[in-house]
Design a protein around this ligand. Structure first.
Ligand SMILES: Cc1ncc(C[n+]2csc(CCOP(=O)(O)OP(=O)(O)O)c2C)c(N)n1
Length: 1033
């Protein structure tokens, strides 16, 4: 791709007077030779002479030399002999200033080649032209006419524009009429304008011509870079990619469309514009976050989808904010218009469970024929919360999952498109987190097309106050994504950049940004008054002709359509809207289910219900346990040397297996392995999950002798198993959890887990937890079985790393604390079906094993929050027998006391209810106090939905005992606030429930180990002290 042509040859005399190399000795800046040597990884010795001593070649003219040097490195014959000698000398150690020698054959030709100064001027002028071309490529976008309003306040103060021929429009293309500072012209002046110049290989403006007069060079550069498209790409450090972009924008005549294409574009503009006008006419006082001012978004998206479909893409997953969403649903996804219109009828009753959501947040899935490619394309627009940009990683996760399920390892069949507002794109950190997932092997979706609806305002805040970067899109530069700014009032320019963006993705499988520079005709929404805050901008907007009107006039002027044909097309679409409106009146109920973005065909009955209300046993056979255990204890690759410490871990697993025991890591292995064997994909993602933060998991083995050689035993369980994915993530919670949630959305037949490094870090992903996980089903009738593993427990490690904040998760549970559920055979499953998520804290490896398997064996999907242990990972008592994992065993929502207390319940004076690791502290203390008969310790393993029935059974079993809730967390934290009213309901308010735990506190834990231990001792004392002290009464 990259054409290294003989640059010196291109400088061959254009006229006799200009021929021949100079006798002067051009001296080179050190960088000029160093840079390509590095780029090409050449052994050539770099020069170190000070650049200051090299007046002849400076600044960006060094590119010219770099290019020659690169060409010379490839083959010395590529360059003119004079440069060959120069590079040879320089490489041999001669200082650049002395490296030039006149080549033999040319020496005698002195008389023919003209004066030394003419040659110097020739070289200098060519270098200047090269600099000028480069300046347009780098900074042409600064002066492109991107803003339809002409009031852009993009501030380039930090990057002043040095392109000379500023703001030369098509109608005013003559630079001679301007007096220009000479610095802008790199030493060129008016007398050079008609001079012919060889074009360097880094430009395509010549088309088939190798040289052009300077005047034409400038005109073509202006056409390519300074009209309605601003191309920002020169920061990309890949030569091939830069050349590709140059070719797309510089080649003469690239932006020409056939009359047919123009008519299609007009029809799309009509739909986009008239749809908003229709809504405005019918519901003038309703919020709809219309697209007015950026109507070309619709043809933009359709162009991207057309191009993608032509290249073989079968599924497009989209995420977008509120602005223009109804229009996208109507005109891109092609949701039935009556379904959209009936959302405006507030009197319609909702047919589905849950709260529903406002119309401009709902998602949609639809498969349709693409007219351009004649191929079917599935399109989904993901439902999203109000939280701008939160949907970005979710879309990426779902895209990755779809690619995974169809074996699309290069992103050729499934792709994502993300839309953004300008203020949100610049302001929300999740955008950055999402970009940083874009090129990671386990997270890449092989290129996303980002489209920014840049209406130059965010609610009431203008860009000067909303961001510190010139463009709202600068965040994309971190991943070397090209950015195509385009004036959205020029639909043809929009269509062109969208074509190029889609082609970019197809070619390079990397992200790309289209920045639709536009305006917002109305206020933030249709009932907002923008003149309060942006009076001048809105005076200008009021004068602004609509883009459809302008575009129609242009095409009519060109003779592409007649006025009549245009009017008929408009009338036709208006009629479509009117008819749909009439039909919408027949709708009697609102079905949110019609707005599902991720249907799971076959998983539910036809009317969307679970096929059963039964959860089978989650146990597995002894044989299977032994087999999976043996894989977990092995290195299933030949000649694979593992670390000695790891050998001990694996040996420990062998020992456990021989005793029919499982610790935490092994139980997790058993759960994952058994599901994989049954064809269920398991994906575990998060920071350092491969080894496990606490070095207990070791799912990826590393050969100690061979770099990057790894082995994942979990993939050696059975030949026809599902693949196992375990992936260390970037250091992000918001982005990665969102991604995994999206992954889990794609299919119910996979176990998708996100593990926080420590449970408290989940709070940087709070938006995903609040907006999607806890409330997603209620808002969008969409189920999700994601699992969150949150290490939790007071281990004396200080306020950080101790608490996964169970209180927060429990506070968001929807089970009623005051209602004792109706007892029935299927109560446990029905409770799960009714809840918004499941919260557990398992105290045994076997229960952890069961709860993970239950996620898949349930006939529906619910998010699962697991507070996972730290010290219990190696606690000698926290082991489970195979007996607890065999067929017919289940997850235990509550584990009753099974010792002396249970044997003689009438003698029991106290029942201590607890959850999680405090159980082991309690039984140790009970033992040391000799209270095994007097105190029963009962573990609530499933906190939510609360096991009312089992708690009641326990309190009934010990009728004369007093009841205590014990937790190691502070009183205002942990489970207390959630559990207390439910325990009371379970006892029908007949028995008081006392608290044994830490006092209320602001921080989750003390930083002082001694304080930690004394607090623990005190709470254990409170829990086990008999009889009750007076203040506890
Ligand atoms: C995370 C978040 N913070 C604040 C808001 C409130 N809000 C809604 S729209 C909006 C302005 C968005 O501006 P922009 O991204 O430019 O999109 P536009 O509405 O202009 O199309 C704000 C601040 C929000 N929805 N989400």
């Amino acid at each position: 791709m990259h054409r290294f042509r003989t640059t010196v040859a291109r400088l061959r005399p254009l006229a006799a007077a200009q021929t021949g190399p100079s006798q002067s000795q051009p001296s080179l800046p050190a960088r000029a030779l160093n840079a390509p040597a590095r780029a090409l990884n050449s052994p050539a010795r770099p020069l170190n002479s000070p650049a200051a001593a090299e007046p002849f070649l400076s600044g960006s003219s060094s590119n010219y030399v770099e290019e020659m040097f690169s060409a010379w490195l490839q083959n010395p014959g590529n360059v003119h002999k004079s440069w060959d000698i120069f590079f040879r000398n320089a490489n041999a150690g001669t200082p650049p200033g002395a490296a030039h020698q006149r080549p033999e054959g040319l020496a005698g030709a002195q008389a023919l080649v003209g004066s030394q100064s003419a040659v110097e001027k020739l070289v200098e002028d060519h270098l200047a032209v090269q600099s000028l071309i480069r300046a347009y490529q780098v900074r042409g976008h600064h002066i492109a006419k991107l803003d339809p309003l002409g009031i852009s306040c993009v501030d380039f103060d930090d990057a002043p524009c040095a392109v000379g021929f500023q703001n030369i429009g098509e109608e005013d293309m003559n630079p001679l009429t301007r007096s220009l500072p000479s610095s802008c012209l790199y030493g060129l002046d008016e007398s050079d304008l008609d001079q012919l110049f060889r074009l360097p290989t880094t430009t395509f403006i010549g088309g088939s011509e190798g040289s052009l007069p300077l005047r034409e060079i400038i005109r073509r550069l202006e056409m390519a870079y300074c009209r309605h498209i601003g191309v920002e790409f020169m920061f990309i450090n890949d030569v091939e990619q830069c050349q590709w972009i140059r070719e797309k924008f510089e080649t003469p005549g690239v932006m020409q469309f056939s009359p047919e294409e123009k008519r299609t574009l007009l029809a799309r503009m009509i739909r986009s514009t008239r749809f908003e006008e229709f809504l405005q006419r019918k519901w003038s006082s309703e919020k709809r976050f219309g697209l007015e001012g950026c109507e070309s978004l619709i043809p933009a998206l359709k162009t991207i989808i057309d191009e993608a479909s032509l290249s073989g893409v079968e599924s497009v997953i989209m995420g977008m904010p509120h602005r223009g969403r109804l229009n996208v649903l109507a005109n891109v996804i092609r949701k039935e218009l009556e379904q959209i219109f009936c959302q405006f009828d507030s009197k319609l009753e909702a047919a589905d469970e849950g709260s529903g959501d406002v119309k401009y947040h709902l998602g949609m899935f639809h498969k349709r024929m693409n007219r351009v490619s004649d191929r079917e394309v599935s399109m989904s627009l993901m439902a999203n919360p109000s939280h701008l940009e939160a949907v970005d990683p979710v879309v990426q996760g779902k895209t990755k999952a779809e690619q995974f399920y169809c074996g699309d390892t290069e992103g050729k069949r499934v792709m994502s498109i993300l839309m953004h507002g300008d203020a949100a794109f610049a302001g929300q950190g999740i955008v950055y987190e999402t970009f940083h997932l874009s090129d990671l092997p386990s997270y890449t979706t092989h290129g996303t097309v980002h489209v920014v609806v840049n209406n130059q305002i965010g609610f009431t805040t203008d860009p000067r106050m909303a961001r510190s970067s010139p463009y709202p899109t600068d965040v994309a530069r971190v991943v070397n994504a090209p950015i195509f700014h385009v004036n959205a009032d020029d639909p043809e320019a929009v269509m062109y950049v969208c074509k190029v963006a889609a082609e970019w993705r197809t070619t390079f499988h990397k992200d790309v940004v289209v920045d639709l520079v536009s305006y917002r005709r109305n206020g933030h929404n249709e009932i907002d008054e923008p003149m309060f805050t942006q009076p001048l901008m809105y005076k200008q907007i009021k004068k602004q002709k609509g883009v459809l009107q302008k575009f129609a006039q242009k095409l009519i002027g060109e003779g592409v359509v007649t006025t009549r044909a245009y009017q008929e097309e408009v009338a036709r679409y208006d009629e479509i809207c009117e008819e749909a409106f009439a039909r919408s009146k027949d709708e009697k109920i609102l079905h949110i289910k019609h707005w599902l973005d991720s249907p799971w065909p076959g998983f539910f009955t036809l009317d969307g219900q679970p096929k059963t209300m039964i959860c089978p046993s989650t146990g597995i056979s002894e044989e299977e346990l032994v087999h999976i255990g043996s894989v977990a204890a092995s290195v299933p690759e030949d000649d694979f040397k593992i670390h000695g410490g790891l050998s001990r871990v694996l040996k420990g697993r062998v020992d456990m297996l021989s005793q029919r025991l499982c610790d935490w890591a092994l139980a997790e292995y058993m759960a994952f392995g058994s599901l994989l064997k049954d064809g269920i994909h398991v994906r575990l993602s998060g920071q350092d999950v491969e080894r496990g933060t606490f070095s207990h998991r070791h799912h990826v083995l590393h050969d100690q002798n061979v770099d990057k050689r790894i082995c994942i035993p979990m993939n050696f369980i059975s030949p026809d198993q599902a693949p196992y994915t375990v992936c260390n993530s970037s250091l992000s919670e918001y982005g990665v959890l969102g991604f995994e949630l999206g992954f889990a959305m794609a299919s119910p037949h996979a176990l998708i887990l996100w593990e926080a490094q420590f449970g408290d870090f989940h709070n940087t992903a709070q938006c995903i937890i609040d907006q999607f996980i806890s409330s997603g089903q209620a808002k969008w009738v969409r189920q999700n079985g994601i699992v969150l593993l949150l290490p939790h427990g007071m281990e004396g490690m200080g306020p950080e790393h101790s608490s996964a904040r169970p209180e927060r998760f429990l506070q968001m549970c929807n089970d009623d604390p005051d209602v004792f559920p109706k007892l029935s055979q299927d109560l446990a499953v029905r409770q799960l079906f009714d809840c918004n998520w499941i919260v557990v804290n398992c105290s045994t490896p076997a229960n952890f094993f069961h709860v993970l398997r239950r996620q898949i064996l349930l006939p529906f999907r619910k998010p699962l929050i697991v507070f996972t242990p730290k010290s219990l990972l190696r606690h000698p008592e926290a082991k489970s027998s195979f007996d607890d994992m065999l067929p017919d065993t289940h997850f235990q929502r509550l584990i009753p006391d099974a010792g002396a207390a249970a044997a003689a319940p009438e003698k029991v004076k106290r029942v201590v209810f607890c959850s999680g690791k405090i159980y082991y502290e309690l039984i140790r203390e009970r033992r040391s106090r000799g209270l095994e008969e007097a105190v029963a310790v009962v573990r609530v393993e499933q906190l939510s939905p609360f096991p009312f029935d089992l708690v009641k059974a326990e309190t009934d079993r010990y009728p004369t005992a007093d009841l205590v809730w014990c937790q190691e967390e502070h009183k205002n934290q942990g489970y207390h606030d959630y559990v207390k009213p439910r325990l009371r309901t379970a006892t029908r308010h007949t028995r008081p429930v006392r608290y044994a735990g830490r006092d209320p506190a602001a921080a989750p834990a003390t930083g002082n180990k001694a304080t930690h231990l004394s607090e623990l001792q005190r709470l254990l004392h409170t829990a086990l002290q008999l009889p009750l002290s007076e203040e506890d009464e």
